[in-house]
Design a protein around this ligand. Structure first.
Ligand code: SAM
Ligand code: SF4
Length: 352
């Protein structure tokens, strides 16, 4: 069948439509966040195993025939591929792609922000878990705090707005960063989104009692700033909202729940992946840097697309692999059940 003319969509057994492709461009990184990577001696993928920009563009072109219209570039640290803006430009030109976002640790953003903006990058999330340089270093096990701040400033100057910061919250490590982030959200245009620590590290450091839960983060903020008001659920679906009526099981639940401070100054978000999983409305499909389709961060199976791409496979073959991978998607991640088994790959190797 010619998928370019087909009405097929990436809809799974539970009625979820997948329009959001998260593309990991590398497993390498210039820092070593403890919840994502080992501290040292990381075995990276050989460079020839990484998908080329041509291969990524081809996957995206095929994806658009099945309803993909949003992309997020991630990794590893995507900006270590220093010509990433060239990929952004190529993907922005693919018909059907309405939105391209990037998640970065910001270390190399100072030199790349303007290039990325000019290439057509629409949205930027910068990960920063602490405003205190010592806590930053405890999390990342590397220097670089000042460079991240310079990266945020460069992003602002390049015209990215709003700038969203991602802060993973960890009990015993980052509680005392929550109020300073609250002040930052109130005093600047920055939206700070706190993320619950998920079991995707490589050193077995995740334990439930290290997760600082969303309700606890809210309590810390409210004790300093007064009541927080939920904003109508934010959606990660963007322009694909118009596609929702075709899906049975989608709820309004979205990854980030935003809150405003009672006086209307500032906004924060909570991504409660552990305590309030948003699996029921998940619209995400992934491709790893070494060319494996994944239907979930926590899945144990992958679908190899690189071999198909490199052995003369057709676009229809690639589309079939996408459909197969989505058809096998489980209902949810099971972190909160006794059945949960952490995936073999840590976060930097899957793509966050
Ligand atoms: N290197 C880039 C960065 O840090 O923004 C992109 C890749 S990183 C894997 C994507 C996001 O996943 C970051 O915001 C990071 O904080 C988050 N992350 C990584 N490991 C995590 C974990 N175990 N639990 C929750 N979030 C995690
Ligand atoms: Fe690198 Fe991002 Fe993982 Fe931190 S979260 S180690 S910055 S890939």
């Amino acid at each position: 069948m010619n998928h370019a003319q087909s009405p097929q969509r990436l809809i799974d057994r539970f009625g979820r439509l997948h329009n959001n492709l998260r593309i990991s461009v590398t497993d390498r990184c210039n820092i070593r966040c403890f919840y994502c990577m080992p501290a040292d001696n990381v075995e990276f993928m050989p460079k020839e195993h990484l998908l080329t920009f041509e291969e990524i563009e081809r996957i995206v072109r095929v994806g658009t025939t099945l309803g993909i219209d949003r992309i997020r570039l991630t990794g590893g640290e995507p900006l270590v591929r220093r010509d990433l803006h060239v990929l952004v430009q190529r993907l922005a030109a693919v018909p059907g792609i309405r939105d391209i976002g990037l998640t970065t640790n910001g270390i190399l953003l100072d030199e790349q922000a303007q290039l990325l903006k000019d290439a057509g990058l629409k949205r930027l999330n910068i990960s920063l878990d602490a405003l205190d340089p010592e806590v930053f270093k405890a999390v990342t096990r590397r220097d670089g705090y000042e460079r991240v701040l310079a990266g945020i400033e460069a992003a602002r100057k390049a015209g990215f707005s709003p700038i969203k910061l991602n802060a993973v919250s960890v009990r015993g490590l980052t509680e005392n960063q929550i109020v300073p982030f609250g002040h930052m959200a109130r005093e600047t245009e920055t939206v700070v989104r706190f993320i619950e620590f998920m079991p995707l590290d490589s050193d077995g450091q995740w334990q439930r009692d290290k997760v600082l839960f969303a309700h606890e983060i809210i309590a810390i903020l409210e004790s300093e700033f007064g009541p927080l008001r939920p904003v109508v659920a934010t959606t990660d679906r963007g322009d694909a909202k118009d596609l929702l009526p075709v899906i049975g099981a989608v709820t309004t639940q979205a990854p980030a729940q935003d809150y405003e401070f009672a006086d209307g100054r500032g906004r924060i978000g909570l991504i409660a992946s552990v305590s309030q999983p948003f699996c029921a409305s998940c619209n995400r499909f992934r491709v790893t840097a070494d060319g494996k389709f994944r239907n979930c961060l926590f899945s144990h199976e992958e679908t190899d697309v690189k071999t198909t791409l490199r052995s003369g496979g057709t676009d229809d073959d690639v589309a079939e692999l996408m459909l197969e991978c989505i058809a096998a998607k489980n209902e949810g991640h099971e972190i909160n059940t006794a059945n949960f088994v952490q995936p073999d790959r840590p976060m930097h190797s899957i793509g966050g």
